[in-house]
Ligand binder design. Structure first.
Ligand code: IPD
Length: 254
């Protein structure tokens, strides 16, 4: 099944690559964008993934399909983000990724994430490890002081801005340097493949983490909220994704 889902993600990535000057729509809040390409890819994903698991329900970022219902915690549910990194996509600042998770009875079961710019296909099945294309990936065992840290801040959650940058400022002297990519999915995958050792963000939605958090966990990361609890897989949450070398939640989160 995962090969069919990868094939669909690759085709969705091609739609992203083929898009020229897509129409931009603003959702609620400052700089909260959706483009007609997000909607086009979401419609494509739903149509194609339905053929793979006909009984599955769908939760997607766009097109009013974004409310998690109790029905979604039973049986199979696809959680999709057609373009994670929509602002990156609009401004031509890479990367942007297609993200597809399959939950089984509300728990992460399968994950496929595709970066069409660099032809990077991340995947994981619960209990079976994480892969980048055909290579198994593991998070880094380097300590925080020898690694990069990434963080996210959506511009529309204005109330979280001050705390986010306060945490970032406290982390700066504890690591080599900080980065901000503009896509939560990519941030998780960077920790999973060992190019940085920690990612944090104070509010992300289920479609931002459903696939990528499983990939990170299968690569040996510890993924929790900022209080150290496991993620709910039901809705928005804060997140700290730590590589194998970062044994404890740094004190700046408490
Ligand atoms: C956003 C990106 C961003 C993160 C936000 C997400 P979108 O997703 O992942 O990096 O800070 O929390 O909502 O809107 O570009 O799909």
């Amino acid at each position: 099944m995962i090969e069919r889902i990868k094939d669909i993600a690759r085709k969705a990535g091609q739609i992203m690559m083929d898009a020229t000057r897509p129409k931009i729509m603003e959702k609620s809040g400052h700089a909260n964008f959706c483009t007609e390409t997000d909607e086009k890819i979401q419609a494509f994903l739903i149509e194609e993934l339905q053929k793979v698991v006909p009984e599955a329900s769908f939760l997607g970022e766009e097109d009013g399909q974004d409310v998690f219902t109790s029905k979604m915690s039973k049986g199979y549910c696809f959680v999709i983000d057609p373009i994670d990194g929509t602002s990156n996509f609009i401004y031509g600042y890479r990367p942007s990724l297609v993200s597809i998770a399959l939950l089984s009875d509300g728990k992460p079961y399968m994950a496929v994430v595709f970066d069409p710019y660099d032809d990077m296909m991340f995947s994981a099945v619960s209990g079976e490890g994480a892969y980048l294309n055909t290579e198994r990936i593991y998070s880094s065992d380097a300590p925080l002081k020898d690694s990069l840290v990434v963080f996210g801040t959506a511009p529309y959650y204005t109330e979280l801005r001050e705390r986010t940058f306060d945490i970032a400022q406290k982390l700066m002297p504890l690591c080599v340097d900080l980065r901000r990519s503009g896509t939560a999915v990519w941030d998780f995958c960077c920790v999973a493949m060992g190019s940085c050792n920690m990612y944090f963000e104070l509010k992300i939605q289920l479609w931002d983490y459903a696939a990528a958090a499983l990939i990170a966990e299968e690569a040996g990361c510890v993924v929790t909220d900022t209080d150290g609890n496991t993620l709910s897989y039901k809705g928005p949450t804060s997140v700290v994704c730590r590589a194998r070398g970062v044994k404890e939640l740094p004190g700046c989160f408490t």
